[in-house]
Write a protein that binds this ligand. Structure first.
Ligand code: HXC
Length: 300
């Protein structure tokens, strides 16, 4: 439990323009829900009226984060389920069942579980490549598969306002770049999967979209992938700053609320136009210093 820690200030994670209560009686199911980006997305949805179930691999973390999110709104119900590996569809199905039996259904899904690290392709083992494909791509598929009956129910129950799935992707695969072959290939697959769901399930009332964040300040992705390139990166973003979780959350609410009713099969990039000028790790000519050391060592 989060103990006596106070609620996170709403102004740090959501804009005031969204009325509270817009997600009343809705339930969001989120993989990767203990992570920095997805937990904040869920916090914003809960603040605006939803109940939620977050799943993750670490049991204690999922429960702690759920308890913290629950403080976003009085009477919020937030379930944190640990020991869930998105690579195992049975494990996801069990979490989905628990979510539905506890909270009454699933209206929105955020498929956000991801794994990543930087490594030159020549040193990337087959198992390492497969691990990231399994977590990011197969995990997204497994999530979509496990929630599909409930999303169909929601779309029928709330026409134009339920049955929505959102995938958290990236921008690296728009240009490609070294050191992240596994992530680039996996995220390209995630985008394609979302588009297919939009096409095949659109007639059943479901929307499927992608959010592609750039570098989001203060998150694990930033620490893992951008490390010592942070300052340099900030200078390159056309909008002049790194992204925030609030930026991603506002896009999330846009896509999941009434405003997103006709937005289907889209990719919402939230990166301050960074990818357009190649301001991603490996996409330009410059590499983070930590990688240059590795480059010398491997004589690439
Ligand atoms: C090279 C590595 C490695 C590294 C792991 N491996 N880390 N290879 N460099 N830094 C290799 C291992 O040696 C092994 O291959 C294989 O990957 C599997 O590793 P395991 O540790 O056994 O797998 P697992 O425990 O399942 O871990 C999965 C993981 C790990 C992806 C490797 O990093 C993880 O759990 N990450 C979850 C959290 C995370 O990454 N969050 C970042 C999200 S940010 P061998 O051959 O030795 O068996 C993000 C932003 C995306 O995703 C933006 C761009 C796409």
């Amino acid at each position: 439990m989060a103990g006596t820690a106070s609620a996170v200030a709403p102004e740090s994670y959501i804009s005031k323009i969204w009325p509270q209560g817009i997600f009343e009686n809705r339930v969001v199911f989120c993989t990767g829900g203990s992570g920095d980006i997805c937990s904040s997305q869920v916090r914003a949805l809960v603040y605006l009226g939803a109940n939620a179930c977050i799943v993750g691999r670490n049991e204690g973390k999922a429960e702690r984060v759920a308890a913290s999110i629950a403080k976003a709104r009085p009477d919020a119900k937030v379930l944190g389920i640990g020991n869930i590996d998105v690579r195992k569809v049975e494990s996801l199905e069990a979490a989905v069942s628990k979510c539905v039996s506890t909270l009454g259904g699933i209206d929105f899904v955020i498929a956000g579980a991801a794994g990543n690290f930087l490594v030159p392709l020549i040193n990337l083992s087959t198992n390492a490549f497969k691990s990231v494909i399994d977590i990011d791509l197969m995990g997204s598929w497994n999530t979509a598969k496990a929630v599909m009956p409930y999303l169909l129910n929601s779309a029928a129950k709330y026409p134009g306002a339920g049955g929505r799935i959102l995938f958290i992707s990236a921008t690296l695969h728009y240009t490609g770049g070294p050191l992240n072959t596994h992530g680039v290939v996996a995220k390209a697959g995630v985008d394609a999967l979302s588009a297919q769901l939009a096409i095949e399930l659109g007639p059943r009332g479901i929307t499927s979209n992608v959010i592609a964040p750039g570098v989001v300040d203060g998150t694990e992705g930033e620490r893992r992938l951008f490390q010592d390139a942070r300052g340099e990166m900030m200078g390159k973003v056309p909008t002049g700053r790194l992204g925030t979780v609030k930026d991603v959350n506002n896009a999330t609410v846009y896509l999941l609320s009434e405003t997103g009713d006709f937005v289907n099969g889209s990719v919402q990039v939230v990166d301050g136009a960074a990818w357009r000028i190649g301001a991603q790790v490996g996409a330009g000519a410059e590499y983070p210093a930590s990688v240059l050391v590795e480059r010398k060592a491997t004589k690439l």
